[in-house]
Design a protein around this ligand. Structure first.
Ligand code: ZN
Length: 77
């Protein structure tokens, strides 16, 4: 899983800041949002590699689509 960031929409730093304290719940094989239990990501099989970029990207996407956050930060909260 490799993420291509479009820095015109959101920088990697802002994405990391945005979701750094967001809580996730492991519900194998899914990683769910601890707030609404929505799916963030389907976890790969045991022993496979995941990259943090993919987790950040999926979490930010979920926050925007399900919790009203904006990539620009205009309506956070
Ligand atoms: Zn959620």
């Amino acid at each position: 899983m490799s993420v291509i960031w479009d820095e015109r929409l959101i920088t990697r730093q802002r994405a990391a800041d945005m979701c750094g304290t967001w809580q996730l719940a492991v519900d194998h094989p899914y990683l769910r949002c601890a707030d609404c239990t929505g799916n963030i990501l389907k976890l790969p099989a045991e022993g496979k590699i995941v990259d943090i970029d993919g987790l950040i990207s999926a979490t930010v996407r979920h926050m925007c689509m399900n919790h009203g956050y904006s990539l620009s930060g205009a309506q956070d909260g």
